[in-house]
Design a protein around this ligand. Structure first.
Ligand SMILES: [Zn+2]
Length: 142
């Protein structure tokens, strides 16, 4: 069984994943590989679980705090009108949460970010271009 997020974690642990923002006890905060929505980030649980309810309760609580810290840091760094957080996992069934900072100027502010999914690829970033944004979020995490 190969899981793309377990693979990404393996690369992260080897220091080979360039979009790592922060390592928490139970999760990694990573900058999204596209920035169609500037500041888009993903929290990935270290252990492979399909559902939030599969995570042992003490870890659920700590992971929740990590999600809150991550969301707050992105809020502080980008000052969006609204943070969108979502966990779906239909494509990759390894618990992860998406953070989308949203702005009222965004023409589709009232729509879920996934409606623009086809355009995400056009906003792919490079590790070099990501560094400034990663630093911005790291600073806000402190
Ligand atoms: Zn996995």
């Amino acid at each position: 069984m190969s899981c793309p997020l377990c693979e990404r974690i393996k690369q992260t642990n080897l220091g080979k994943y360039p979009y790592l923002i922060h390592e928490f006890e139970h999760s990694y905060l990573m900058l999204g590989e596209h920035q169609f929505y500037p500041g888009y980030s993903v929290a990935v649980l270290k252990d492979h679980h399909k559902e939030m309810t599969d995570i042992p309760a003490p870890v659920q609580e700590k992971f929740f705090r990590e999600l809150m810290q991550s969301s707050k840091a992105i809020e502080l760094a980008f000052k969006p009108d609204k943070m969108n957080m979502c966990s779906l996992g239909n494509v990759v069934a390894h618990v992860h949460w998406h953070f989308f900072p949203r702005f009222k100027e965004d023409a589709q502010f009232f729509d879920p970010p996934w409606l623009r999914m086809q355009e995400f690829e056009k906003a792919k970033i490079t590790p070099e271009a990501a560094q400034q944004t990663i630093e911005k979020i790291r600073t806000a995490l402190k």
